[in-house]
Design a binder for this molecule. Sequence first.
Ligand SMILES: C[S@@+](CC[C@H](N)C(=O)[O-])C[C@H]1O[C@@H](n2cnc3c(N)ncnc32)[C@H](O)[C@@H]1O
Length: 203
Amino acid sequence: MVKKKWLNEFLSDKYVKDANREGFRSRAAFKLLEIDEEFGLFNNCSSVLDLGCAPGSWLQVAKRKTKSKRTVIIGVDILRYKLIQGVTQIEGDFQDESARKKILTAFNGRKIDLILSDMAPNLSGIKVVDGENISNLVNLVLDFSLENLHKNGCVVVKAFETGTGSREFRKKLANYFEKVWLRKPLASKKVSSEQFLIAKTLK
Ligand SMILES: C[S@@+](CC[C@H](N)C(=O)[O-])C[C@H]1O[C@@H](n2cnc3c(N)ncnc32)[C@H](O)[C@@H]1O
């Protein structure tokens, strides 16, 4: 019964239909497209890192938005997903130093223009535990960005209201970036506590 309800909701979801029509691998593409429409993420962008990229719809957006063949696009995920032409795929856990080393090797010393993170840890349902795991992950993205983002670069990171919460993390980002915004795209389900923080230009 629950499965049937889920299936009906899935099939009637506007963004699922749009994703199928436009050849995106998931409805998540529309979250990034909406953020890009407001912030012009891909303007003057020649290197993109997509953390937690499977099944690959944000990578598809990045490919479509960056026309130059010289643009470096690197996707990282624990899961294996179908390759996208022109994208470097790294299979690994971003929390492992070995995966982060592979990313740095792939960028070959070049600073990154755009870092995207749609990563979410597996939720246990235990608020304190989940809050801490989310906090660890977003802080790791911040630390990595501080070291490897281009000065005029941009970071888009998924955060959650749970635990230390997006508001607190937003304050932290504001210590390091000139501008920080919090957005909940229309394509992000209301039942989900996910939100996205967009931070531009390192101080
Ligand atoms: C919501 S999905 C991403 C969807 C993707 N943005 C797209 O458009 O297709 C979140 C992904 O984050 C990945 N993930 C979660 N924690 C991770 C970690 N520590 N390292 C790498 N990937 C991770 C999961 O395996 C999952 O595929």
